[in-house]
Design a binder for this molecule. Structure first.
Ligand code: UDP
Length: 236
């Protein structure tokens, strides 16, 4: 049974109420759903990439909602209550921080910048601080601290992974959820839809900016990214 239909994924129940089936679809939206298009194989590519990256993250000791990939475009995952606070980690300035703070795109931060956004389509995911999250009951201080710590560790894991593939991890967004016992898991997805990925040599985008700003074909960029991930290392 369909439980929830999101912009890029649908969530289905299973016989076990603690487990859900998440289907990645080919839809792409940007600017809070204002721009929409379908791209062939995008669901499959994102499902494979998210499964691979969540596996790496799990291996680094951070628990995720992922149980296993099933078929081409689906994952079995632990059912969680999503904390409505998105964590964005930024290594290099791009996107909204440039507009907000007048930074030049490409400026390298001395250390990763952590930002929190309230997950609300109606409000266009506004930037928030700890007090908003705590006083409005979206998360506790302990949860926010845990989310920041986990996100920075995930940044180390992902930066190292992408660099080996010749790709710079510019920024990315994470969502966390809690299971009934109160344990926090990384949830949602870790994909080029929610990250900025630039070729180290050419600066080309392998992410949703290709769609946002219409400078190429998204399917091609995601295919290239998948090939880059799975190709044989140069020394073998
Ligand atoms: N991001 C996302 N979902 C959102 C907002 C941002 O996945 O609702 C990702 C985005 O793809 C980028 C990072 O978070 O990798 C930072 O996004 P930013 O705040 O720069 O906003 P944008 O320029 O995407 O509007």
């Amino acid at each position: 049974m369909l439980l929830y239909e999101g912009k890029a994924k649908s969530v289905f129940s299973t016989k076990d109420p603690s487990i859900v089936r998440i289907r990645f679809n080919d839809k792409t939206t940007a600017f809070n759903g204002l721009k929409k298009e379908n791209f062939k194989n995008k669901g499959m590519t994102n499902c494979v990439i998210s499964t691979l990256l969540m596996g790496l993250i799990e291996h680094a000791g951070i628990e995720t909602h992922l149980i296993q990939m099933v078929g081409d475009t689906e994952q079995l995952c632990h059912s969680v209550d999503i904390i409505p606070v998105e964590v964005v980690i930024r290594n290099i300035a791009a996107g909204s921080i440039c507009r907000r703070l007048g930074l030049v795109k490409g400026y390298k931060f001395n250390r990763p910048i952590v930002e929190l956004f309230y997950k609300s389509d109606d409000l266009n995911d506004p930037l928030i601080n700890d007090q908003h999250a705590i006083d409005f009951g979206w998360a506790t201080l302990e949860q926010l601290d845990m989310m920041r710590r986990k996100s920075l560790k995930i940044n180390d894991v992902l930066q190292a992974f992408w660099l080996k593939k010749g790709i710079t991890l510019v920024d990315f967004k994470l969502e966390f959820g809690v299971v009934p016992s109160g344990k926090m898991l990384l949830a949602d997805e870790v994909t080029p839809d929610g990250s900025r990925l630039w070729d180290v040599e050419t600066g080309d985008n392998f992410d949703k900016d290709v769609f946002r700003y219409g400078n190429g074909e998204l399917s091609e960029a995601y295919d290239k990214l998948l090939r880059r991930i799975t190709e044989l290392p140069q020394n073998l």
